[in-house]
Design a binder for this molecule. Structure first.
Ligand code: M6R
Length: 369
């Protein structure tokens, strides 16, 4: 069943080109027009939304954080991302003009289900992004956008994450289309970039050995830091979560801009730090800020492990290890930059002889609050 892979997790990482392609399939035409037929909220209602609140936990919440950057950029609607359990037990402000987007692979996460029920009681419209047909959260929602990643067996979420991000992009583009925030040509271009993502993920997978051998050389590592800015920030958080979950290594992700506000004190000789670098072709200031962050940690002795875009020469001299991902617009970059971090965690846990698919203390779906 594992198709020759050492674990379901590894197989699912390699399933990702298909997970993204299948989630995109049939949802737009050649003219850049999106049709999300399965949504049961009317286009008029969706067009009148004044605020989006994303509710999710764990990896799914990081997909929500990526969505915030894309949806706010494309649709100019404010997007708040909140952990379901935090939302539920304060006094959140939602009303009938709020669109709540829940993201859940299983559709059974109790924290998210309770938050969705609460938001519904307050009059919000609920749209769920889910990977499991007919599960509880989509059944209780006004609308559902299914991710087509296929069943995910490993406790650590991988292909569902990329499929969730893909689904949020489709939702963002659909809202932009309904509300007239983007021209059809712009939507068509972004869809074309999305369409190229599966082959680009495959290119990364074909070079898996580069990152796997790094992982094998780091078996005795006790702590790894991950930093990123903009969409690279949730990627860093996800990279850290994967490492904690399956390799039981202390890992922390943070926003690169926070370094000087505290975390830089953690850097000492040999401390491994992954840095997710945005495209040098995107906003210039964003790229150069992250390059300075690499220099800052490197100057303090960090072992810099850099994920950057093909052709980014500026990072080379500061990177102890450098993994290039194919070019793509910055907003779509998480679909590529996450993959080497997943491979890293998976290989490290494998060489440590751990149960990659069923890590200690964790369950695939958390059906208690
Ligand atoms: O099924 P869900 O997407 O609602 O699950 C949410 C989290 O429990 C889940 O993403 C968890 O963090 C994973 N173990 C991450 O790998």
């Amino acid at each position: 069943e594992k198709g020759g892979f050492a674990s379901f997790m590894e197989k699912e990482i390699f399933d990702q080109p298909a997970a993204v392609a299948d989630t995109l399939l049939g949802r737009s035409d050649a003219y850049g027009h999106l049709t999300l037929d399965e949504l049961r909220i009317s286009p008029e209602e969706l067009a009148s939304v004044t605020k989006i609140v994303v509710l999710a936990c764990g990896t799914s919440a990081y997909a929500g954080s990526v969505a915030k950057y894309a949806i706010e950029n494309w649709c100019r609607i404010p997007v708040e991302v909140e952990l379901s359990h935090e939302f539920r037990y304060r006094d959140p402000i939602v009303d009938s003009n709020t669109l709540v987007v829940s993201i859940s692979q299983s559709g059974e996460t109790m924290d998210t289900l309770m938050a969705v029920r609460y938001a519904k009681e307050q009059g919000a419209k609920i749209l769920s992004i889910c990977n499991t047909n007919g599960s509880t959260i989509p059944r209780e929602s006004d609308a559902v956008l299914y991710t087509h990643a296929g069943p995910e067996i490993a406790v650590a979420s991988t292909k569902a994450f990329l499929a969730q991000i893909t689904a949020t992009y489709l939702l963002g583009l659909y809202l932009a289309q309904l509300r007239g925030n983007l021209f059809t040509g712009q939507i068509k271009d972004i869809l074309a970039d999305l369409g190229k993502i599966p082959a680009k993920i495959q290119e990364i997978l074909d070079r898996a050995e580069e990152i796997k051998s790094l992982a094998r050389s780091m078996q005795d590592t006790e702590s790894v830091l991950f930093l990123g800015r903009h969409v690279g920030y949730p990627v860093a958080m996800e990279g850290a979560l994967k490492l904690k979950e399956i390799a039981y290594i202390h890992a922390e992700g943070f926003a690169a801009g926070e370094l000087k506000h505290g975390p830089i004190a953690l850097i000492d000789e040999g401390k491994p730090v992954f840095v997710v670098v945005p495209s040098p072709r995107g906003r210039d200031s964003l790229h150069s800020k992250v390059v300075s962050n690499i220099q800052e940690v490197r100057a303090r002795g960090a072992k810099t492990l850099v994920i950057a875009e093909n052709g980014d020469e500026a990072v080379r001299e500061f990177a102890e290890f450098l993994f290039y991902v194919p070019e793509t617009p910055t907003l779509l970059m998480p679909l590529l930059a996450t993959v080497p971090l997943q491979l890293f965690a998976c290989e490290l846990a494998t060489v440590k002889g751990l149960d990659v698919d069923q890590p200690r203390n964790l369950a695939k779906s958390v059906t208690v609050e």
